[in-house]
Design a protein around this ligand. Structure first.
Ligand code: ADP
Ligand code: MG
Length: 316
């Protein structure tokens, strides 16, 4: 199978006189042609996934397709954007049709569920590597940024943290979970849910937001640095699954504070803000303070010594 047959079979949807809402031209020409909404701004983000760096070579291809798009949509969610389309740059060692069928199924199922059509890309032979660029929109001036947190704002997080890291540690062999526990945390690692509805509902409410990809400490640190503020974070308030809560405290803290791959949203809002109910639990985990630095405390307010850092590709 050649390059163009591959693209047609796995990545091109039949053209029925309409590619998708807002797409004049999709896969198949030199450029995609997208229709901007009057008054909106484009929000654009890329994320690359490299085998053995970001995913295990044994991962189910459908889950990999889902995750490759999910981590990109999570960036749109963090900015409060509505997805409009994405491109896929793909390097494949060889044409493996079973792999391609699974990968494109997982990828396009999430694309459909998110209203985010695949509009183009590039395909080449090489070590397995995926790069997705997502295009989204938000009304002018309403994108959620990292820079708006103010002293007195409350810090919130969606969903639960730490399960993805716990599952990764099982794969690494450093943690043993019984079969049921493992099956309960594994989807967090392999099938994260981008919090798109939450991000859009936070427009005009949240003062800052970020998605947690490298661990809460580091990602919250980005908000603090961009906003020129500090924070007090309650380690005991961090939302966690029953499976994680049954682990030793040190492991819980590592997974919660520096786990990475959570793809939940952390955001700040003024006290008393009426937060949206989009079916995702929201937990208040701390408060923004004028004094710079991040102070992690327990439920009694005592400092928590953690010695943890967030994930950095060039440090680990
Ligand atoms: P060009 O040579 O003009 O850059 P290509 O031959 O690379 O175009 O790609 C042909 C068409 O297929 C283009 O519309 C491109 O966007 C699309 N395409 C290539 N690879 C992919 C992919 N992995 N997913 C979606 N569309 C793709
Ligand atoms: Mg061309």
């Amino acid at each position: 199978m050649g390059e163009f047959d591959l693209i047609r079979r796995y990545f091109q949807r039949p053209f029925n006189g309409n590619w998708a809402a807002g797409v004049d031209v999709g896969v198949g020409d030199d450029c995609a042609v997208l229709v901007p909404t009057p008054g909106a701004r484009w929000l654009v983000s890329s994320d690359m996934l490299v085998e053995s760096r970001h995913f295990l070579s044994t991962v189910d291809p459908a889950r990999l397709g889902h995750k490759a798009l999910a981590v990109n949509l999570s960036d749109l969610a963090a900015c409060g954007a509505t997805p409009r389309g994405f491109t896929l740059a793909l390097a494949l060692p060889r044409v493996d049709e079973a792999w391609l069928a699974g990968f494109s199924r997982g990828l396009l199922a999430l694309a459909d569920a998110s209203g985010c059509p695949l509009v183009g890309g590039d395909t080449t032979q090489g070590p397995l590597n995926l790069c997705i660029t997502v295009f989204g929109e938000a009304p002018a001036g309403q994108a959620l940024l990292r820079s708006g947190a103010r002293a007195g704002d409350e810090i919130w997080v969606s969903g639960q943290l730490g399960d993805a890291r716990l599952a990764l540690e099982v794969f690494r062999g450093t943690v043993d979970l019984d079969g049921d526990g493992f099956q309960r945390v594994r989807p967090a690692m392999e099938c994260p849910t981008p919090r798109l509805a939450l991000g859009q509902a936070l427009r005009g409410l949240a003062t800052s937001a970020i998605d947690i990809s490298d661990g809460l400490l580091g990602d919250l640190g980005h908000i603090l640095a961009a906003s020129g503020v500090g924070a007090r974070l309650d380690a005991d308030a961090l939302p966690r699954s029953a499976v994680l809560a049954a682990q030793p405290v040190a492991l819980q803290r590592t997974c919660l504070l520096a786990g990475g791959d959570d793809y939940e949203l952390a955001f700040t809002a003024p006290p008393g803000a009426r937060l949206p109910d989009v079916g995702v639990p929201l937990t208040r985990i701390g408060v923004i303070e004028a004094e710079r630095g991040l102070r992690v405390v327990d439920a009694q307010g005592a400092p928590v010594e953690h010695g943890l850092q967030s994930f950095d590709h060039f440090k680990s």
